[in-house]
Design a protein. Sequence first.
Lengths: 83, 481
Amino acid sequence: MVIIKILGSGCANCKRLEVIARKVSEEMGLEAQVIKVMDYADIMNYNVLTTPALVINEEVVSSGRIPAASEVHDWLEKAMAKK
Amino acid sequence: MVNTYSFVTLINSGLGNLAAYLAAHVLLCLLPAFFIAGAMTALIPKESVTRFLGRNRPKYISYPAAAASGSLLAVCSCTIVPLFAGIYKKGAGIGPAITFLFFAPAANILALIYTGGLIGADLAFARFFLSLVFGIGIGMIMALIFNKEDTAHDAAADAMFAGNQEMKSSSFILIALLVALLLSGTLKIGLLTNTYATITLPVAGMDTLQESLLRLVPFDPAKGEEGVSAQGAILIVLLALIGWTAWKGLENVFDGLNRWSVISLTLVAITFLCAAVGMTPHAGGLDILVNGKFIGVALSLAAIYGLLVTKFTEDETCSFLWESWKFVKQIFPLLIVGVFVVGVIRQIIRPEWIEAIAGENTVIGNLTGVLFGIFMYFPTLVEVPIAKMFLGLGMHRGPLLAYLMADPELSLQSMLITAAIIGRVKTATYVACVAIFSALSGLLYGMWVDGASILVILFYLTAFLAALFIGLWRVSKRNVA
């Protein structure tokens, strides 16, 4: 089970990232839980300076931009391999 | 002595204001601004600036870097808060964090460009320069008052501020070209406004169209209103077309450029060219005046197109277009409503009231400007047409600047969020600083407008800041000892 967290306060970019994350994990057939983190105190705990940020299994993989679907695919694969 | 205005007159005034603004200012001024903001957001990697905001950076680097972050990185309010919290808690500390927080809304590139285009470049420059000086000043003051607390410091936090990414040179050139596009269309210098050739199109009836438009949309030049010409009507139609095609072509541009994206961008280019060229209708034909603006805009557009096609990947171009489109979606609808409301309100507010309170460059006048800014909450950019309305109703440029500086800084929402991060006492101090310095900026700028020499103003500014710093330094010494 992969835990995907989207860090962001709710602007269009964060929503976009959530859509991409959900789509890729569905396409890969992964059992994934997608959580939206909107509280600034929680976001600060992840040591990111800019949102939107993508966290996979508590590891920050990208921040401050919307990564390509292929990148998300690679990260998810790596996360699965680590288990 | 209450004037009753018929509902229809008010609506007419609102619509007229809207039509005039769309036709005149939006196109050559605001549309390039959206693209510039989009390019900055998409193409300037945040690390290229935030790497100067780490905890152990010397002050002469972290303060200017904080200001630079504010102007270059933070065009969207959802970027400002995490960056502010990050710099405060894990980076250079409260000083640069406050400088960033202050300068970001003040140096908002969209607002600056729009202010310059709609009201005047002098006001935009004043806003930028004074915001910079006071932004760094307020940051230093806050740092002095609230002496260093132990900020969370660990390797992970430091890593946030590491990084070596630089901005691509082609990104820089693209932004420069977009600025060139903006300036070609809006700078009022002879080179650009001179007509170099005239082509006459045998299109009849444009002059009657223009006359009926000028009658249909009432305007009062004394109050700074502009009417809608035939050219303006053409541009409004083009704008509507752009809106429709852009929605289809840019909403999902992350999935790639489709036919509609290309069509909408082509329409944008055509609209720029139509807006730049001069048009004089007369009986029996339409004179197209090929002026410097047209040539400048055409050259910039060609260069931008060439650059995008050769030096940027499709992903980067899509990212750029997406960010630009985001701004359009976020700001444009609010702006339209705002401009319409301004048109309505302008009929209701009597100039005498404005002139009585803020017609002269007095302390009271400037404080009133600040109060307007605090209590009249408007969405981003709408404060600019509101300011223009005040100007037309007789407000002096000094209090106007005070209003323009205070308004974006002090919205209730941003104050609440700030308080959640740095606490209520610090936020209250910050708000007081912003209010005082906005009024002061207005006073100084107003003095310049009224004819005082730059040296006198700089003297007052320096004296004030010196007194402030000495006072605070004494206070902090006493606190430590």
